[in-house]
Design a protein around this ligand. Structure first.
Ligand code: PMV
Length: 315
C-alpha cells in the first residue's frame, strides 16, 4: 500500500487577476489535508473509494468529471493504463470553499499512484503539478494553475501564468516573519467556475476597466511579495484591504464575505480580504498574538461557520 497527501491552500493576493496573467501569492494550509492510499487488488479494474462521501465507483464507470476518476485518467494519459488497483481518498479540506480541495485530492492521488507504480519521475512536485493542472482544467475550465502549484509544491509561492508572449514565473517565497492567518468560512458554497466565468463576461463587456483592475491586483501582489520577504506586516495588512476593494469592484465579494472582513478589522486584525473564487467560501485575516482571540470571536459572531488558522512560513 502506498500513501501520499496534499495540503489545502489559500490565496493571499491576486485571485482572478491571476487568470489574466497577473502575479498572485498563495500558501499551503497544512492543518487540512487530502490523503490517498493506493493498493494492489485482485480485481482487474481500478476501484475508486471516497469513504467520507460513502462513495465507491469503478474507474471505467466514473463520469468524466469524477474527482478521483479525472485524477487517475490524468495520470494514465502520461503513464499509460493502470489496473488491479484500489485507490482510497479521504480529506479534511472543506469542499467548494476556496481551499483547493479539488486540486489537493488530485495531487495526492496522482503522487500515490506514481510512487506505487515505481514511477518516481512522475512523483516529483513539478510532474504532480502538471498532471493536477489537467484535472483542474476539467473542473474549472480556465484555471490559472495556482492551486495545483501550491498543493503540489507545498510551499508559499509567487506565481504568474504564461499569458500571450509573457512566460510563466514560479518562485517560492522567503517569509521574513511568519504570517499568522485566520481563515473564516462564510458557509456559502460557491463554485469557482461560476465566479471566474462572470469575471470573464464582465471583462469582455468592459475590457479597459477590467484590465485596469487586474493590473492593480498585479501591483498589489508585487508589493505584497516584497512586504512578506521583509516581514512588514503593517503594509501587508493595508495591501489586503486594497486587494479586497478591487475584488469588490469585480463583483466577486459578497455581503457575507464583506461582513466577515469588516468584523475582523473592527476586532483588530492587521488586514482582511476574501480569498479564492469569492461569492462565498472563505476570507482571511492577518492577526498577531494580541488580537487573535478577539478576531476569532468576532468572526464567529459575524456568522463564520468555521475558523481555521494557519501559519505561513517558508518550509
Ligand atoms: O476558489 P479557489 O481558491 O479555488 O481559487 C480560485 C482562484 C481564481 O483565481 C479565482 C481562479 C484561478 O484559477 O486562479
Amino acid at each position: 500500500m502506498t500513501q501520499a497527501s496534499a495540503p489545502g491552500k489559500i490565496i493571499l493576493f491576486g485571485e482572478h487577476a491571476v487568470v489574466y496573467g497577473q502575479p498572485a501569492i498563495a500558501a499551503p494550509v497544512t492543518q487540512v489535508r487530502a490523503t490517498a492510499e493506493v493498493e494492489n487488488a485482485a480485481h482487474a479494474g481500478v476501484l475508486l473509494r471516497a469513504p467520507d462521501l460513502r462513495e465507491e465507483t469503478w474507474l471505467a464507470a466514473a463520469a468524466e468529471d469524477h474527482p478521483l476518476g479525472a485524477a487517475v485518467r490524468a495520470f494514465e494519459a502520461v503513464a499509460g493504463p493502470v489496473a488491479h488497483l484500489t485507490a482510497t481518498v479521504t480529506s479534511t479540506i472543506p469542499i467548494a470553499s476556496g481551499l483547493g480541495s479539488g486540486a489537493a485530492i488530485a495531487a495526492c492521488l496522482i503522487r500515490a499512484l506514481a510512487r506505487h507504480l515505481g514511477r518516481e519521475d512522475l512523483a516529483t512536485d513539478a510532474a504532480v503539478s502538471t498532471m493536477t493542472f489537467e484535472v483542474e482544467k476539467r473542473h474549472h475550465g480556465t484555471p490559472s494553475g495556482i492551486d495545483n502549484t501550491v498543493v503540489s509544491y507545498e510551499q508559499p509561492v509567487y506565481f504568474r501564468r504564461a499569458f500571450g508572449a509573457q512566460p510563466s514565473i514560479l518562485s517560492t517565497l522567503t517569509v521574513g516573519r511568519p504570517l499568522y492567518c485566520l481563515i473564516a468560512n462564510t458557509g456559502v458554497i460557491a463554485l469557482t467556475k461560476e465566479s471566474v466565468g462572470d469575471v470573464r463576461r464582465q471583462w469582455l463587456a468592459e475590457p479597459e476597466r477590467f484590465e485596469t483592475l487586474f493590473a492593480r491586483c498585479g501591483q498589489i501582489a508585487q508589493q505584497a511579495r516584497a512586504a512578506i520577504e521583509r516581514g512588514d506586516q503593517a503594509l501587508l495588512g493595508q495591501l489586503m484591504g486594497e486587494n479586497h476593494a478591487v475584488l469588490q469592484a469585480m463583483t466577486v465579494s459578497s455581503a457575507e464575505l464583506d461582513r466577515l472582513v469588516t468584523a475582523a478589522l473592527a476586532a483588530g486584525a492587521l488586514g482582511a480580504k476574501m480569498s479564492g473564487g469569492g461569492r462565498g467560501g472563505n476570507m482571511i485575516a492577518l492577526v498577531d498574538e494580541t488580537c487573535e482571540a478577539d478576531v476569532r470571536e468576532a468572526l464567529t459572531a459575524a456568522g463564520a461557520t468555521s475558523v481555521l488558522e494557519t501559519l505561513v512560513a517558508a518550509s
